[in-house]
Ligand binder design. Structure first.
Ligand SMILES: Nc1ncnc2c1ncn2[C@@H]1O[C@H](COP(=O)(O)OP(=O)(O)OP(=O)(O)O)[C@@H](O)[C@H]1O
Ligand SMILES: [Mg+2]
Length: 341
């Protein structure tokens, strides 16, 4: 898509509660050469917060990859008759209203055939197709914000796929035959991406995350939102009370994750072997354990920055380590450098 001369790329993840920017540079291998993190003081502060990150931190480039997510984004895994890429694009355009609950004129569409060898293969004359549609207005708004702070958008991706790309990039040496569910618990949503051998087989966005845990603490312990947030992050000697307050909310979310796994298993006749959690919401004490109990599978946390080397002269390595669990999407976005370089 672009020429080799592009050596650095920034993954910019604008989440519900925080903005993360990770710059990767290709130098015979990937190196983390830039990093910025800031919480969003309010939902309408995206532009200022992004601008601040780029003022306060050093980056080599202004080229960014961002992502969309939420109810304006539709992801469908389809089975279609085998056809050429051109025919596929035409067919999808004609049939899009079958799969997308929006006016086709209002969306940006992308589709791509994919294979899942050994797992419930498509019939001999069929192929599996991944269809992604996003409301054009969401993409346009995002591009407008980026341009207004002097950034140059290269690609607009989807959060849940970036999660898979981060895993591919930093955990590439892991056993490719295992079916892994990547579960990124954010603030407003939780992304689930079931991957095997570098292929995403199933994705889902669940509309709950760390905000729901804060609300549960606030309700049960009678705290205002900011106090509940503090208590959640640093429960100190109140750990047991916090755990008791949030467990129902964590269980609700975990049940949704389990239902996703059941759907996947029905489709592919193959179970999820293990679960890897990331996202700020997963930092709450007890979340991986509660999730493991409900989905009845091994659950581990993982570091989306993996063992990527860090340019220590430009990057605050301590801050990067501190926020590592929240960086899966940003790393995945920036890692498009690896695919396209
Ligand atoms: N130390 C911590 N302990 C518990 N929860 C935490 C901690 N640090 C951050 N969180 C929670 O993590 C959430 C933010 O995580 P993250 O940055 O991954 O979300 P986001 O990307 O902004 O949101 P989303 O992906 O839903 O759009 C918030 O709910 C926040 O309260
Ligand atoms: Mg997020």
């Amino acid at each position: 898509m672009w020429k080799r001369r592009i050596r650095s790329l920034i993954g910019l993840d604008v989440g519900t509660r925080s903005v993360k920017a990770v710059e990767l540079t290709w130098n015979g291998g990937l190196v983390i050469t830039g990093f910025g993190y800031a919480e969003l003081p309010a939902p309408d502060a995206v532009r200022d917060t992004v601008a601040r990150i780029f003022q306060e931190n050093e980056f080599h480039t202004r080229r960014v990859v961002t992502a969309v997510s939420g109810k304006s984004v539709i992801v469908r895994y389809l089975t279609m008759f085998k056809m050429s890429p051109d025919d596929l694009r035409n067919a999808i355009r004609y049939e899009a209203d079958k799969y997308i609950p929006f006016d086709v004129e209002e969306v940006v569409l992308d589709c791509q055939p994919f294979e899942a060898p050994g797992l419930a293969d498509a019939g001999p004359n069929e192929m599996r197709v991944l269809l992604v549609a996003c409301k054009r207005a969401l993409v346009d708004e995002q591009l407008r914000v980026l341009a207004s702070v002097g950034l140059q958008p290269e690609i607009v991706d989807v959060d849940v796929f970036a999660l898979g790309n981060a895993f591919e990039t930093t955990m590439a040496g892991s056993d490719g035959d295992r079916v892994r569910a990547l579960v990124d618990v954010g603030a407003g949503k939780t992304c689930v991406n079931v991957v095997r051998g570098g292929v995403s087989l199933f994705t889902r966005e669940i509309h709950a995350g760390g905000d729901a845990f804060t609300a549960a603490i606030g309700n049960r312990l009678g705290l205002k939102e900011a106090e509940a947030e503090q208590m959640k992050r640093r429960p100190g000697d109140q750990v047991e009370r916090v755990r008791a307050a949030v467990t129902p909310a964590v269980d609700d979310l975990s049940t949704e994750v389990r239902l996703s796994f059941e759907y996947f298993e029905n489709q592919f006749d193959r179970g999820v072997d293990e679960v890897l959690v990331s996202g700020g919401g997963s930092r709450l004490v007890g979340v991986p354990e509660d999730l493991g109990r409900v989905v009845d599978r091994p659950v581990a946390t993982w570091d989306p920055t993996g063992d990527l080397p860090i340019a220590a002269d430009r990057v605050d390595a301590d801050a990067l380590r501190e926020h590592a669990p929240e960086l899966a999407v940003a790393v995945g976005l920036a890692s498009r450098l690896r695919k396209d370089a």
